[in-house]
Write a protein that binds this ligand. Structure first.
Ligand SMILES: Nc1ncnc2c1ncn2[C@@H]1O[C@H](COP(=O)(O)OP(=O)(O)OP(=O)(O)O)[C@@H](O)[C@H]1O
Length: 348
């Protein structure tokens, strides 16, 4: 196993920097997601790791080995990495076993060693009984597992995955998420996973690199991104919540309930601090609203099974989102307690 180091990597297409001075130190065996909206440079970064794109500036190392710099480019086949694509890229007329074994044939591995490694890779994705079928006779999820087995068979140090679940329906995506987590546990490979789906990234990754317009905006565990997002943009990209302008709250610090409540009542010109309040930190007093310092009107609510998602409006017009176990009435006045907040720094 080896870690990957990305040092101030930039990729220009003409005048446009698709990736701009990106740095990440990925630990050996870590499962990392590159997350961001369409066009933020995730795929370009992954393709530079794979060696399909040259870097314009910066360096990429695998362990102690320099793979890429402005003056050096190790070709993809010499990087000991494997890539899984959204489109699976399987050979339609070859059997599942032949698809999986193809990279071994390219490396002149034959005979008993070949058979053993194909069988092991198929077992790892629970497709042993499907070895003789062709990909056409498999479901989308099974095809993606064949693609995984094929990338494993060569024992790569790093597995790169480019939106591998994008073509699957929601139900299958959830079960494949378990499949990927299991696959990662069993192989211990370093994995870099590109997605624009925050739920997928949060469910799978040890750490997430959040990208925007070619730049890294935050590099942290899923829990840290949710609880301690750096900027308003990250806070709105990850999870739900409301961003309030308050007369209190320092960037990068928790804001206690009393400070929050006082900060909300500060004169408008003093309300210069952006504070994130997640819905689970908004407590609704449905029965005695007038005894509360803070009141709001219920604008609408959505039933989510285990709870209602409630959209509220404060007297000064600010929107706030909360969860509540029971149905409320639209237009109803409720009292609120904000139990905690998180101070954000300005977007860069
Ligand atoms: N070969 C290329 N030539 C010119 N511009 C490119 C090329 N590849 C990507 N780009 C541009 O670089 C930027 C980043 O593209 P990239 O595909 O890396 O984004 P992404 O975050 O993976 O997006 P998506 O989620 O839509 O795949 C985009 O503006 C894109 O148009």
């Amino acid at each position: 196993m080896a870690g990957l180091t990305i040092e101030r990597v930039t990729k220009h297409f003409g005048d446009h920097a698709a990736v701009d001075a990106m740095s990440l130190a990925i630990e050996p065996g870590e499962f990392v997601a590159l997350l961001g909206p369409s066009g933020c440079g995730k795929t370009t970064m992954l393709r530079m790791l794979a060696g399909f794109e040259a870097v314009s500036q910066g360096e990429i190392h695998l362990g102690d080995t320099l793979l890429a710099s402005a003056t050096q480019h190790t070709p993809p086949e010499a990087r000991n990495m494997a890539m899984v694509f959204q489109s699976y890229a399987l050979w339609p007329h070859m059997s599942v076993a032949d698809n999986v074994g193809y990279p071994l044939k390219l490396r002149q591995i034959r005979g008993a060693d070949y058979q053993r490694r194909v069988a092991q890779a198929l077992d790892l994705v629970a497709l042993g009984p499907y070895a003789a079928r062709t990909p056409q006779d498999l479901s989308g999820g099974q095809r993606q597992r064949v693609a995984l087995a094929r990338c494993l068979v060569t024992d790569p140090a790093v597995v790169l995955l480019d939106e591998p679940l994008a073509n699957l329906d929601r139900h299958l995506r959830a079960s494949m998420e378990h499949g990927f987590a299991d696959f990662h546990r069993r192989t211990g490979a370093t994995m870099v996973y590109v997605t624009h789906d925050q739920h997928e990234a949060m469910a799978l990754a040890d750490r997430i690199a959040v990208m925007r317009a070619g730049r890294l905006v935050q590099w942290a565990t899923p829990e840290t991104l949710y609880r301690r997002p750096r900027t308003p943009w990250v806070a709105s990209f990850i999870g739900q919540g409301s961003q309030l302008m308050l007369g209190a709250g320092a960037p990068g610090q928790h804001v206690a309930s009393t400070t929050l409540m006082q900060g909300l009542h500060a004169p408008e010109h003093q309300r210069t601090h952006t504070v994130l309040v997640r819905p689970e930190h908004v407590y609704i007093h449905a029965n005695a609203p007038t005894s509360q310092d803070l009141t709001a009107r219920v604008e609408r609510q959505t039933f989510r099974g285990e709870r209602f998602e409630v959209h509220l409006r404060l007297p000064d017009g600010v929107a706030l989102m909360a969860y509540h176990p029971e149905a409320l009435h639209e237009g109803q006045q409720v009292g609120l307690t904000l139990t905690e907040g998180w101070g954000l720094e300005a977007d860069t």
